[in-house]
Write a protein that binds this ligand. Structure first.
Ligand code: PFF
Length: 468
């Protein structure tokens, strides 16, 4: 039997898939979000929970998501239609595809605004505006910038157009080309930044903050955020990786590629943390500065190092590219669905999704000025209104629930034979590890974190602590 292929095209090689999936995974989540939520949640303990979630929950979910995508070969909604019919399961499962499409648009709506900040900072660093400024000066420039909705809107618009164009061009000429050169370059520049941080007197303090767990510092909300971030950073739970899996030719090892993607993603996040926290401490800044953290710390380093404006602008250019290769994967599922179901051309579908997402993004544009409001998320004050709401709703709830559903669907609803066939690693120990993890560990782990969120686990922990 000849292999089924996607109507949207296929990756040209295994490397193309790995690069595209890594391009989706590595983005603002690693360099902008990971440091700031680590800072807000007290450091080491948060990092440890996040790493555990990546290894124990993220990896098996990623394998499930890719295998579902490759078996269905269509957008997440239609893929679920197929697989539900194949496995004769309730149609309710198709909701999983829908929730992914909605989550993708919601995430992209704010992701694009933050990517816009990075674009603005390409010019701010290149022009020397930030050179020679004190830490307070740099913080106040950032504050002034985000309080200006017109500027944010302009950059948000540019980023949305960039993404719409790439997605319009389709799998090979659009998505593949975008990722080839940028990822390695970003890695090199991050290493340069860590090298700079290494030479500050606070390097050790930065590492200690990142890697010494102090469980008294992590709140209930922090545990939920750490798990949510494991999904967010690996692009799991909404169908982006499912979509990319649907373009993957047979014969590529899903396990090996998933491990490679997760390792690269984690490396980039940890390097970003190692570059940023020493600077935070060296300049007497607070780690809990929130979403502005990297925009208020890295420019200090660029302002003092030789060729700082050059390195600074290069760094933000690469960050924009990293965001770009993630952004396209956020809207790809919606676009593919429109092409499949409404017989639209790719260009029309991408434009429609782009415009819708742009509109939703206006709420985030205003979140740092006119529409800013504060609220308490499990004891943690959030002050960026709709942006925080969208971020918490998608990353902390929709993605973990979506990922959990995918793991359960792959391991409990699809036939064992079709799963063994897709994973293509035999029926041995590796397969069994995946099977146990997705059938039992993922549901329990996600369940515990949610119960923890509801305040049920904390008393048990206190009780166990009391015993020792
Ligand atoms: N993983 C991306 C990042 O870390 O920036 C964000 C993301 C992309 C999340 C695609 C979810 C997704 F489906």
């Amino acid at each position: 039997m000849s292999e089924r292929v996607s109507i949207h095209g296929m990756w040209s090689s295994r490397l193309a898939f790995v690069l595209a999936a890594a391009g989706s995974a590595i983005g603002l989540g690693n360099i902008w979000k990971f440091p700031y939520i680590t800072g807000e949640n007290g450091g080491g303990a948060f990092v440890l929970v996040y790493l555990l979630c990546v290894a124990v929950v993220g990896l098996p979910v990623m394998m499930s998501e890719i295998l579902i995508g490759r078996r269905g070969r269509e957008s997440p909604i239609n893929t679920m239609h197929h697989l539900v019919a194949e496995a004769q399961r309730p149609r309710l499962w198709v909701l999983l595809g829908w929730s992914g499409v909605v989550a993708g648009i919601l995430i992209m709506s704010y992701y694009s605004v933050i990517a816009g900040w990075a674009m603005a900072y390409v010019f701010k660093t290149a022009s020397g505006t930030l050179t020679g400024q004190t830490a307070e000066g740099i913080a106040s420039i950032f504050g002034g910038f985000v309080a200006s909705p017109e500027k944010l809107l302009a950059w948000h618009t540019i980023f949305m157009v960039m993404n719409t164009i790439v997605v319009s061009r389709g799998v090979r000429s659009g998505l593949e080309q975008a990722v080839r050169f940028m990822m390695p370059a970003l890695l090199v520049l991050l290493l340069v930044m860590v090298g700079y941080a290494y030479n500050t007197p606070s390097f050790e303090r930065g590492l200690e903050f990142l890697f010494t767990p102090d469980f008294s510092k992590i709140s209930t909300g922090g545990v939920l955020t750490a798990m949510g971030h494991a999904f967010f950073t690996l692009s799991l739970g909404m169908g982006a990786i499912m979509m990319y899996g649907s373009y993957l030719p047979k014969g590529t090892s899903i396990a090996a590629t998933s491990i490679a993607i997760a390792l690269m993603d984690t490396l980039v996040a940890l390097l970003a943390g190692m570059a940023i926290f020493p600077l935070v401490f060296a300049n007497n800044l607070v780690p809990s500065a929130g979403p502005g953290l990297i925009f208020q710390t890295l420019p200090i380093a660029f302002g003092h190092m030789p060729y700082g404006s050059l390195f600074g602008s290069l760094f933000f250019i690469l960050l924009v590219f990293a965001a770009w290769t993630s952004g396209i994967s956020l809207i790809e599922p919606a676009v593919a669905w429109l092409v499949e179901n409404r017989s639209m051309s790719r260009v029309k579908a991408a434009t429609g999704v782009g415009i819708l997402t742009w509109f939703v993004g206006i709420a985030t544009v205003l979140s740092f000025s006119e529409w800013a409001f504060s609220f308490n998320f499990f004891g943690e004050m959030k002050s960026s209104g709709v942006f925080d709401v969208l971020d918490i709703l998608t990353a902390n709830f929709m993605l973990p629930l979506g990922g959990l559903a995918m793991a359960v669907f792959a391991s409990r609803c699809m036939s064992r034979a079709s799963v063994v066939d897709e994973l293509d690693m035999g029926d041995g120990i590796l397969f069994r590890a995946w099977y146990v993890l997705t059938r039992h560990v993922t549901p329990v782990a996600v369940g515990i974190v949610f119960l923890h969120g509801l305040g049920i686990v904390q008393p048990v922990i206190e009780f166990v602590r009391g015993l020792f």
